[in-house]
Design a protein around this ligand. Sequence first.
Ligand SMILES: [Zn+2]
Length: 137
Amino acid sequence: MYCPKCGTDVQENVQYCNVCGEKLPLQQQYGGDGGYYPPAPERNGKSVAALVLGIISTVTCCLGCVSLPCGIVGLVLGVLGFKENTGSNKTLAVVGIVLCGLALLAAVVSSILLFAMPSILPWGDIFEDILWEMGIY
Ligand SMILES: [Zn+2]
């Protein structure tokens, strides 16, 4: 940048001009001269969404029809959030990914168990009855 008083080319981060001693304006980057724009605000929406979906998916992991879609969407958003964010938002995205991954695993396992051996699960009897009614068993 240049000193507004004497026009000397001075370093960006000094407070006073080293030639005339003029106090230099702080951070001219936001002004209209340099074409510099502040970095885009952190996009943490996807990370938060991934985390929320991960929690929903974990809580509902016994209900595959809720857990699976939430888990898959959460996983995708988590990966996007991980790529787009830094710092704490990245951590948030990782937690979301882990939660969604675990929930998906749990949902898949519980779905397999439900079909393979319905009696092993507490609500298996009801499910078995439904299958029986539908003529599957
Ligand atoms: Zn100066």
